[in-house]
Design a binder for this molecule. Structure first.
Ligand code: CBA
Length: 394
């Protein structure tokens, strides 16, 4: 038997639990204040429009729908991007962010496996390691987070980048780092870009949370746009699972930024040869939803509001959770709960404390102490705070 998945395995355990107070803070999926899945109003309207058009169910192309992937990359780079004007890129519709990472990994693996290492931050989303291993790469790690300060280890990160062998692939979380919720500042991103250029490293951005960090898609694209302006070539995996709430529809995009339009054509031809034997072509429904939202100004505005609704509810819950812990008399500051951004809070809870939360109180979270803030609601925040206080007081 293989072990259960570090994140999705938690939902399986949660489902079996009979405790009426149980709370699932494992997987990063947004919940409304009644702890129910939330279908975005923009998505509901987009689906109505799709159904009214009685579209056929034909296969799309190997790399999916042009209207989708062109708008996806525009969202990431901004519509005035030189890369787009010069056609120095190739994009493909993929199966969520995971699919985009996997196709990108396979493409790089075609040429560089055995030659180059993929460097992943410590900690990172556990699937990164598996995805690049399955793409044929050996994995190395780099310093990112300091458990003592519960924040970014700026110098540790710069030193690690400076020591990487030339031409290494560096996996970077574009925004709302999972699991820590700690992102570099603009100045730190500038320095990261500078080191990456000097060391001739190859960046691979994973952008699973655009719009989820600050509630603003442009602000969250800061790092990717900075690298684009600095002239890097890189891979970018985008997910629309979180920001459009299209989890099970599997909507994502892979873009490979190239040094010329001519190179981009050659890259695109190779990407097609990888996707065809993997899954032939992507599903159409979820991407059609995204297209409806992208192409209509009114719907787009509703989507932007939806994003703010999700981001603001999550930020509000961070505040409440911290206040409740202080009210309960916790001696710790819990400042990091409100300092961190995105879907998750990296609580700093130890393995034994996590085990107690789950075994004694039916609060489910990942073993590294990460809680999905998006699963905390005004109804369960008191219970979550009490239980965290219970396992953290001496
Ligand atoms: N990259 C990062 C950094 C992620 O956190 C996730 C999702 C993905 C995959 C890519 P998609 O569903 O579009 O393939 O996104 N991570 C989780 O939210 C969860 O969905 C999480 O709880 O960590 C998962 O698959 O593990």
């Amino acid at each position: 038997m293989a072990p259960p998945d570090a994140i999705l395995g938690i939902t399986e355990a949660f489902t079996k639990d009979k405790n009426p107070n149980k709370v699932n803070l494992g997987v990063g999926v947004y919940r409304d204040d009644n702890a129910k899945p939330w279908v975005l109003p923009s998505v509901i309207e987009a689906e109505k429009r799709i159904f009214s058009q009685c579209m056929n169910k034909e296969y799309t192309t190997i790399i999916g729908m042009r209207e989708f992937y062109n708008k996806a990359i525009e969202l990431a780079l901004g519509d005035d991007s030189d890369i787009l004007k010069e056609k120095r890129y190739t994009s493909s519709q993929c199966l969520g962010g995971t699919g985009a990472l996997r196709v990108g990994g396979a493409f790089l693996g075609l040429f560089w496996r055995g030659e180059r290492l993929v460097h992943i931050p410590i900690p990172s989303w556990p699937n990164h390691r598996s995805i690049f291993m399955h793409s044929g790469f050996k994995i190395a790690t780099y310093s990112y987070y300091d458990p003592k300060t519960l924040g970014l280890t700026t110098q540790g990160l710069f030193d690690a980048l400076n020591k990487m062998p030339e031409k290494s692939i560096v996996l970077l979380h574009a925004c709302a780092h999972n699991p820590t919720g700690c992102d570099p500042t603009k100045e730190q991103w500038c320095e990261i870009s500078h080191i990456i250029r000097c060391r001739k490293l190859y960046p691979f951005f994973d952008m699973a949370y655009q719009g989820f960090a600050t509630g603003d898609t442009d602000d969250d694209a800061l790092a990717v746009r900075l690298f684009a302006n600095d002239g890097h070539t890189f891979c970018l995996a985008q997910s629309f699972s979180k920001n459009m709430g299209l989890y099970g529809e599997r909507v994502g995009a892979l873009t490979i930024i190239c040094s010329s339009a001519e190179e981009a054509k050659r890259v695109a031809s190779n990407v097609k040869t990888l996707i065809r034997p993997m899954y032939s072509n992507p599903p159409v429904h979820g991407a059609r939803i995204a297209i409806e939202i992208f192409k209509d100004n009114e719907l787009y505005k509703i989507w932007m509001e939806d994003l703010k609704t999700m981001a603001n509810r999550t930020i509000g819950m961070r505040q409440e959770l911290r206040e409740k812990l202080i009210e309960l008399g916790s001696k710790q500051s819990w400042e990091h709960i409100t300092n961190q951004i995105g879907m998750f809070c990296y609580t700093g809870l130890k393995l034994e404390q996590v085990a107690r939360l789950t075994n004694e109180f039916s609060i489910y979270l990942t073993k590294d102490g990460r809680i999905a803030m998006v699963g905390v609601t005004s109804k369960n925040v008191g219970y979550v705070a009490e239980c965290i206080h219970n396992v953290t007081k001496e």
